[in-house]
Design a protein around this ligand. Structure first.
Ligand code: IPM
Ligand code: MN
Length: 355
């Protein structure tokens, strides 16, 4: 049966990188006999400016019938910050209960990292970020807003169920990844003594079911230090929504920047969404110079999550060949190729089934 893939190109350079991702998906589909049907949606800043609509509930109902979603970028210079992020991206994650944000941090060959003396051998870990709770849950409010006595409260919501399913996913992922089989909990148990107490207890309890996985704990501030100093210490890291947001931007930088970082918003029981984690880069829109590799890698991650392992790996290998032997730089305008040329090269390599 054909996979139904929802495609949301979105804003800025989103459509350009999505085009290349779809090109590579087509090549992978042909090579590995994967049947799929793309269904395009025009949600994003332009539609919002025209109609005032971000993501209607009817779209969510439609999304629930898809097998996966591929999203380019959300963010428009003429729309007040927060509207599209909350109205589209977060609404999508929350209403499809995509409770895992999976963000691999892997330095590919030929990609420059700002971390001195570290290479692909040392930078290869995965962050499992909780994606539906914590500070992102939207709990809180104002009191006496706009007065000198104003109070703003923003609460972090951590449920046993939400924490446990995330931690469990991380243990399973660490086992299946089968690398160093080590899972690190990233928190702040020395200050956030309620939220991370729950995290720590849950983590310890679930760990008993995974005697083959070594466990470790690190405070979030220390982890930002170690990402820079000793990235080789990490295999898989599990953390809450806010800390995961912050440490994965640092992760993206050490793996070579936003042009290369991809992520999955995963509901293991239902519809997941895959995206390059960089923004819409409006200043490069329509110039055919943005790096599409993050979007292409997002397609790889999507295929892998759908169970099309071989195709996912073929895309990753092709991307590694391109970074290792073709591109001069990962930065927009400095790749030595246009956006569409990079898509063509990766597609060809995937089609040939390059080793
Ligand atoms: C991300 C982004 C989003 C987040 C924003 C755009 C709402 O930074 O995907 O990491 O904070 O999760
Ligand atoms: Mn972020």
């Amino acid at each position: 049966m054909a996979y139904k893939i929802g495609v949301i190109p979105g804003d800025g350079t989103g459509p350009e990188v999505v085009r290349e991702g779809l090109k590579v998906l087509k090549a992978a589909g042909e090579r590995f006999g994967i049947d799929y049907e793309p269904v395009e949606y025009d949600f994003g800043g332009d539609r919002y400016l025209k109609t005032g609509e971000t993501l209607p509930d009817s779209a969510i109902d439609e999304f629930k019938k898809l097998d996966a979603i591929f999203l380019g970028a959300i963010g428009h210079p003429d729309v007040k910050p927060g509207i599209l992020e909350q109205g589209i991206l977060l609404k999508l994650r929350f209403s499809l209960d995509q409770y895992i944000n999976l963000r691999p941090v892997k330095l590919y060959p030929g990609v420059e990292t700002p971390i001195k003396d570290k290479g692909p051998e040392e930078i290869d870990f995965v962050v499992v970020r909780e994606n539906t709770e914590g500070l992102y849950a939207g709990a809180g409010g104002f009191l006496k807003k706009g007065t000198p006595d104003e109070v703003a409260v923003q609460e972090s919501i951590n449920t046993r169920k939400g924490v446990e399913r995330c931690v469990r996913y991380a243990f399973e992922y660490t086992r299946a990844r089968n690398k160093r089989k080590e899972l690190t909990l990233c928190g702040k148990t020395n200050v956030l003594t309620y939220a991370f107490d729950l995290w720590q207890r849950t983590f310890n309890e679930v760990a008993l079911e995974y005697p083959d996985i070594r466990t470790d704990y690190a405070h979030v501030d220390a982890i930002t230090m170690w990402f820079v100093k000793n990235p080789e210490w990490f295999d898989v890291i599990v953390t809450d929504n806010m800390f995961g947001d912050i440490i994965t931007d640092l992760g993206a930088m050490i793996q070579g920047g936003m042009g290369i970082a991809a992520g999955g918003n995963i509901n293991p029981e239902s519809v997941s969404m895959f995206e390059p984690i960089g923004g819409s880069a409006p200043k490069y829109t329509g110039m055919n110079i943005i790096n599409p590799l993050a979007a292409i890698s997002a397609v790889g991650l999507m295929l892998e999550t759908l169970g099309e392992r071989e195709a996912g790996r073929a895309i990753e290998r092709a991307v590694m060949t391109v970074t290792g032997t073709r591109l001069k730089s990962m930065a927009a305008g400095k790749m030595g190729y246009t956006t569409s040329e990079v898509g063509d090269i990766v597609s060809e390599l995937v089609g040939e089934g390059a080793p």
